[in-house]
Write a protein that binds this ligand. Structure first.
Ligand SMILES: [Zn+2]
Length: 78
C-alpha cells in the first residue's frame, strides 16, 4: 500500500525549460505559470497594438527619457 503511494508521488519529471523537477501532473501547470509567453490571463496583444501602446507611453516621456529609449532601442537592433 505505502509502497505504491511512494511510487505515485515520485513520478517526477524534469522541466525542459528550467530543469526543475516537478510532479508529472503538475508540470503542465508549472510550465503555463512559469514559462508561458502568452499569459492566459491577458489576451494576446497583436504587434500593431503593442506598437500603439509603446508609442503612447513614449509620447508621455520627458525629452531626456525619450533619448534614452531611442538609444536603448537602436542598441537592441544591433
Ligand atoms: Zn520550469
Amino acid at each position: 500500500m505505502a509502497k505504491s503511494r511512494v511510487r505515485h508521488a515520485s513520478q517526477m519529471v524534469e522541466c525542459d525549460v528550467c530543469g526543475g523537477n516537478y510532479n508529472r501532473s503538475y508540470l503542465v501547470s508549472h510550465k503555463r505559470l512559469a514559462h508561458s509567453r502568452g499569459n492566459s490571463a491577458a489576451p494576446a496583444v497583436s504587434e500593431a497594438e503593442a506598437v500603439e501602446a509603446i508609442v503612447g507611453i513614449y509620447k508621455r516621456l520627458s525629452r531626456e527619457t525619450k533619448k534614452l529609449v531611442v538609444d536603448r532601442l537602436s542598441a537592441a537592433l544591433r
